[in-house]
Ligand binder design. Structure first.
Ligand SMILES: C[S@@+](CC[C@H](N)C(=O)[O-])C[C@H]1O[C@@H](n2cnc3c(N)ncnc32)[C@H](O)[C@@H]1O
Length: 238
C-alpha cells in the first residue's frame, strides 16, 4: 500500500502525550477498533511463543498490561518486569495485575532498556514497535543485550494485509473509520491519526527480519493473522 504523504514519526515526548491522553479509553477502543479480535491476537501469539521452560519475562510497551497478562495466564515465571514510558498506562496495568510479583519500570526505550545483560529468557512487545520506528535498530540491539543466550523475543504488531482487495478496504478503514471512531470515543483525533499513519508507514515483516538478524538474532519467524493485519515475529538470540 503506497503512503499518500510523508510521515514524520513523533518523538518520545509526543508519544508519551498521545498515550497519556488515550489511557482511559485505550482498552475499549482496542476492542471496538479490532472488532474484539485484539485479545485473540494476543492469545494466539502467546500460544506460538511459549515453549514451556521460560522463567523470566520482560514486556516492553506494556500499556494496560494485556499482553503480559496473557503470558502470565499460560507461563510460570519467577521474574516478571513490565516497562512503559507512560505513567498512566503503568498505573492501569498495575491495577489489572494486582496479585503478581511484577517489577514496574517507567523508562523510554529510546534511551535503552535499563536492565542487566543476559537477564531475561523472554522479551515481548505488542503493538509497540510502530511507536519506536526510528529507534528499531537500537531497540533490537538492546533486546539482544538483555536476553540470555538462546532467549526469545516476540513482537506482535499491526501490519498491512497481503491481498489487494483487502488492502483497499483496510486503507479506507485506516483513513476514515479509525480516526473518526478514535476521536469520538477517546476525544483525541490526533492520537488515532498517528495510529493510522504509523500502520501505513511501518516496515514490512521482511525488513524487520533483516534488522533482527543484523542485531544478533537467528531463527526469525513470522506468523500473520486476520489476512495479514497483525503479524507476530519471533526470534532467538544467537
Ligand atoms: C499501543 S500500546 C500497546 C500496549 C500493550 N502492549 C497492548 O498489547 O495493548 C503501546 C505502548 O508502548 C508505549 N511506548 C511507546 N513508545 C515507548 C518508548 N519509547 N518507550 C517505552 N514505552 C513506549 C506506550 O506508552 C504504550 O503504552
Amino acid at each position: 500500500m503506497m503512503p499518500f504523504s510523508v510521515f514524520t514519526p513523533p518523538d518520545s515526548s509526543r508519544i508519551k502525550q498521545i498515550f497519556t491522553e488515550i489511557t482511559p479509553r485505550y482498552d475499549l477502543l482496542n476492542a471496538l477498533l479490532s472488532l474484539n479480535l485484539d485479545c485473540s491476537w494476543r492469545q494466539w501469539a502467546v500460544g506460538v511463543t511459549l515453549e514451556g521452560g521460560e522463567k523470566s519475562i520482560l514486556d516492553i510497551g506494556t500499556g494496560t498490561g494485556k499482553f503480559l497478562k496473557a503470558f502470565l495466564a499460560k507461563g510460570h515465571f519467577e521474574k516478571i518486569t513490565a516497562m512503559d514510558l507512560c505513567e498512566s498506562m503503568l498505573e492501569k496495568a498495575r491495577r489489572a495485575l494486582p496479585d503478581k510479583n511484577i517489577a514496574w519500570l517507567k523508562a523510554d526505550i529510546s534511551s535503552g532498556i535499563p536492565v542487566e545483560d543476559d537477564s531475561f529468557d523472554l522479551v515481548t512487545a505488542a503493538f509497540t514497535l510502530r511507536s519506536i520506528k526510528e529507534d528499531l535498530p537500537f531497540f533490537f540491539s538492546e533486546t539482544a543485550r538483555v536476553l540470555s543466550r538462546g532467549g526469545k523475543a516476540a513482537f506482535l504488531e499491526l501490519t498491512r494485509p497481503r491481498s489487494l482487495w483487502f488492502r483497499a478496504l483496510y486503507f479506507g478503514y485506516l483513513r476514515f473509520y479509525l480516526p473518526l471512531v478514535g476521536a469520538l470515543i477517546s476525544g483525541s483525533g490526533r492520537a488515532y491519526s498517528f495510529l493510522a499513519d504509523s500502520i501505513l508507514h511501518f516496515d514490512e515483516p521482511g525488513e524487520i527480519r533483516i534488522l533482527l538478524e543484523k542485531s544478533g538474532f537467528e531463527g526469525v519467524k513470522s506468523h500473520s493473522y486476520t489476512g495479514g493485519i497483525v503479524t507476530l515475529i519471533t526470534a532467538r538470540k544467537a
